[in-house]
Design a binder for this molecule. Structure first.
Ligand code: ATP
Length: 372
């Protein structure tokens, strides 16, 4: 198969209303040619609605969309030149694998001799050579999905849209298919827009991820950027594991923002590393976010002056690392997860141990307790 020329996709001020309800609120972003972009969000956040508007099965209430230089906002779906793969494979059940693959080419008037060659090429690409005569119900879920991907790509679209394509597969198969789809996309250079609610899937596959919450685009960035510099508490919580410590904002000192967790404990978060944007006043509730791998434990009294006194509630051996669930003395909030590299099979702390919890100051993020 020839390499595909991936094209840019531009989404500008796109809104989709159902009655008074806004399923997609004024979303704008650009997807680069050949980029793998995931749209990530929880159920009902508007991901599918956005994808369906790009595909042409839904009409925006307002806004514009372009593929390359073409304004596709009001173009019929079959004239947009986008491939589509859905969670339900949507293969034609009464057609063989070869006939399923041939269908988009027949629709486009490709000569029969060329069709046979392209079907064979495409089957080789998704590693299904020899499956030409099978019917869809004679294939496993993973094989059916590979046929669906092949059928979406066979007419060489510059853009491939995928909506939870691996949602129906078990974990192991899903992981191997993630790898296959990624390899295929890189090999062909097609632009992919991939809808998922699975943050791990989005992080492993994508060049960039667009996070949606209640119809809004809340952050867009490379996986590492979302993980290391989440702009909101929602993104911080949604991407990877995150601990939150709730406290009262006491104002800024030379060292940074001071947060009181309780009568006993205060934390000073370095200035400039927070999502507060000047939007909180002294006495307001704030949330400190910190990843489990940026916390350390020391025996009681040995953690230094800024360590917090805590107690181990649960100690878990995971394999390559240990997880400790600890409660901070005098702080009623949710227990804190600490992840330590496993240097030996024995756990360095046990349930009930009094410990010092050491926070990596540079890794603290501060957010208002309520967003928006
Ligand atoms: N045809 C419709 N009429 C009315 N409301 C709709 C319609 N289609 C979608 N919605 C609403 O718009 C919101 C966004 O739906 P959408 O399917 O885009 O979410 P999603 O992020 O894809 O969720 P999921 O992961 O559950 O598929 C939901 O609250 C949904 O109920």
């Amino acid at each position: 198969m020839r390499d595909l020329k991936g094209q840019t996709v531009v989404i500008r001020d796109v809104v989709r209303r159902y009655g008074t309800y806004e399923a997609v609120s004024n979303v704008s972003f650009d997807i680069r040619a050949g980029e793998f972009m995931s749209i990530l969000g929880s159920s009902g956040s508007g991901k599918t609605t956005l994808l369906m508007m790009i595909a042409g099965f839904e009409t925006p209430s307002s806004g514009r969309m372009l593929i390359g230089e073409r304004d596709i906002t009001h173009l019929a779906p079959n004239r947009r030149e986008v491939g589509m793969v859905f969670q339900k494979y949507a293969l034609f059940p009464h057609m063989t694998v070869a006939q399923n693959l041939a269908f988009p080419l027949k629709m486009r008037g490709v000569p029969t001799t060329e069709i046979a060659a392209r079907v064979a090429d495409m089957l080789a690409l998704v590693q299904l050579t020899g499956f030409e005569k099978r019917m869809p119900n004679q294939l496993s879920g993973g094989q059916q999905q590979r046929v669906a991907v092949a059928r979406a790509l066979i007419f060489e679209p510059p853009v491939l849209l995928m909506d939870e394509p691996l949602g129906a597969l078990d974990k192991k198969l899903r992981e191997s298919m993630q790898f296959e789809i990624k390899r295929l996309q890189e090999r062909l250079g097609v632009t992919v827009i991939y809808v998922t609610h699975d943050q791990e899937e989005a992080l492993t596959m994508s060049d960039r991820v667009a996070v949606m919450e209640r119809g809004q685009l809340v952050q867009i960035g490379a996986p590492s950027e979302l993980y290391l510099a989440p702009k909101t508490a929602f993104v911080a919580d949604f991407i990877g594991k995150m601990n939150f410590l709730d406290g009262d904002y006491m104002g800024a000192e030379a060292d940074g923002a001071v947060v009181a967790l309780s009568e006993l404990n205060r934390i000073v978060a370095p200035a400039g590393l927070n999502g507060l944007n000047g939007s909180v006043a002294q006495g307001d509730r704030v949330r400190i976010a910190i990843r489990p791998e940026r916390l350390r434990l020391a025996p009681k009294g040995q953690g230094g002056s800024s360590a917090l006194a805590a107690k181990v509630e649960t100690a878990i051996f995971v394999g390559s690392y240990h997880v400790f669930i600890v409660a901070i003395d005098g702080h009623g909030g949710a227990p804190i997860q600490v992840q330590l590299p496993a240097n030996s099979a024995s756990l360095p702390f046990r349930n009930g141990d009094s410990v010092d919890l050491i926070l990596d100051r540079e890794a603290l993020k501060l957010f208002p307790a309520k967003e928006m």
